[in-house]
Write a protein that binds this ligand. Structure first.
Ligand code: PBG
Length: 327
């Protein structure tokens, strides 16, 4: 049989493969999520996330320098407060942990870009992402708190805010609060399609943010749903989201793709703690090659349509890009 079309022709060597590659990954689009904690001289490893640490303010520079050297310019902070209460008041306190982290980080690393996670679960005594009315998370009652958190983070120096609470109407409430306080140029990256996922398990360990009762299914999305992700993303865009996010990433490539097709704003995906923990533990057992899996997962997220990729592997990925293993 005459073979005119031979797909293998374009796979003949590394240079050619790189030339015809369909997905390109830039270090500029990576975001590193980082845990900052109250206390002094702390760099403590997170048991369920080997290689990831909680840093106290004066030691976070160790990781930030490493990121900067690797070419990772974007960092998202999660604060671990010294005390929690029913209203999550340390989430919007002027001397809250996230606020202190932004102030210090902006001063020491003026060339890095800092994003604030706007949520209440790390700060509430009950571990839910909003304030409670009885045993229910009170949607509308939570909105003004989210606005306050966003404004306090922007005042402390955050370059962008990222609401992850999944209350209805939060993007508009945050936009209005930011604008009213002189932050009309602070972008909002909305966790739009955030699923109620078991992949967040290690994070809740890391941030001590597991709900004290019940679960997050009344506000985070049901993982059986696809169209609903579009509803959430479109709604957030209408409310003023500058970037929309899909989370988790690895098992949700279809959702990233679908949102990317419809959205007229950049799409981010978040490779969450459980994804990282699975790769780490399988690699520690010698079952998989860590770097290869990490690169493949990243490429899959970008191939599905991610413009921005949030990952605990940001530095290692940047190193792989530099070496030409991926990109
Ligand atoms: C806060 C928040 C969570 C994550 C990011 N922001 C946890 C949750 O919703 O329970 C998860 C991140 C990860 O697993 O890496 N609401």
């Amino acid at each position: 049989m005459e073979q005119i079309i031979r797909p293998r022709r374009l796979r003949g060597g590394e240079t050619l493969r790189k030339m015809v590659r369909e997905t390109r990954i830039s270090k500029a689009s990576l975001v590193y999520p980082m845990f900052v904690t109250e206390g002094e001289n702390i760099k403590e490893e997170i048991a369920s996330m080997p290689g990831q640490f909680r840093y106290s303010i004066e030691r976070m520079g160790e990781k930030l320098s490493e990121l900067e050297r690797a070419g990772v310019t974007n960092v998202m902070f999660f604060g671990i407060p010294k005390r929690k209460d029913a209203y999550g008041s340390m989430a919007y306190a002027e001397d809250g942990i996230a606020q202190k982290a932004f102030a210090r980080a902006k001063q020491e690393f003026p060339n890095l870009y800092f994003i604030g996670d706007v949520c209440m679960c790390e700060y509430t005594s009950h571990g839910h992402c909003g304030i409670l009315c009885g045993k229910e998370v009170d949607n509308d009652g939570t909105l003004s708190y989210l606005g306050k958190i966003a404004v306090s983070q922007a005042q402390a120096g955050a370059d962008m805010v990222a609401p992850s609470d999944m209350m209805d109407g939060r993007v508009l409430a945050i936009r209005q609060a930011l604008d009213a306080n002189g932050f009309s140029n602070t972008p909002i990256m909305a966790y739009s399609a955030k699923y109620a996922s078991s992949f967040y398990g290690p994070f809740r360990d890391a941030a001590d943010s597991a709900p004290a009762f019940g679960d997050r299914k009344t506000y985070q999305m049901d993982f059986h749903n696809r169209k609903e992700a579009l509803k959430e993303a479109m709604l957030d865009i209408k409310e003023g989201a500058d970037i929309v996010m899909v989370k988790p990433a690895m098992a949700y490539g279809d959702i990233i793709w679908e949102v990317k097709e419809c959205a007229n704003v950049p799409v981010a995906s978040y490779s969450v703690s459980g994804e990282y923990a699975m790769v780490k533990s399988a690699a520690a057992n010698g079952f998989i090659e860590e770097e290869g899996i990490m690169c493949e997962m990243a490429a899959a997220a970008y191939r599905a349509g991610s413009d921005i990729y949030i990952t605990y592997y940001a530095k290692e990925l940047a190193d792989c890009i530099k070496r030409g293993r991926i990109g």
